[in-house]
Design a protein around this ligand. Sequence first.
Ligand code: CA
Length: 226
Amino acid sequence: MQHQVLVVEDEPDLANVIGAYLRGEGFTVDTVGNGPDAVATARRWHPDLIVLDIMLPGFDGIEVCRQVRTFSDCYIIMLTARDDEVDKVIGLSVGADDYLAKPFSPRELTARIRAMLRRPRGLQVATPARIFKGLRLDPDARKAWLDDAELDITRTEFDLLDALTAYPKRAFTRRQLIDAVWGPDWYGDEHIVDVHIGHLRKKLVDEASDPTYIRTVRGVGYGMAS
Ligand code: CA
């Protein structure tokens, strides 16, 4: 099955290079150059993944991400041109899964995309639901419930919960969580883990100081609360 990738980039040369490279790697690619077209195409075409530039005509990639998240849980990789954009992407609850700083090579981008699309989705054998206190995870549907109410979480947040609850007594380093969720080839600011954990805690109504679900393991990283 060919994965569909939507490339949102307003610099035509860069959009063409990315598009041609990804097609050569076997992806089905569509390219748009502004915010409104990005949202409309995502709604109509249901891409598996969106490569999303931040500075765009119309409205910016942050706003595209917010709007797409209201109807889709597809993977979103944001392209950042400046350091303050990196802060924006990982600091805001926009729901992006990953980011890549410009300039990057098409090979780097492809590696990131493959790492995400490799994450398990709809396995053949039914996996039993995983229960931790009031939290229930369905790994096949990649859905989670808190006290029987379905949680509105992104794929990345689900994958983090999945990794943590698979070994609930273990303390994970940020790097181990990155390996499990973003893939061993990912490199960048490991702070991205803290940001996604922060989002998860909000959704789980969990207190970092007195956690029911996710505990901070000082000097290590994160684990499930006992
Ligand atoms: Ca741009």
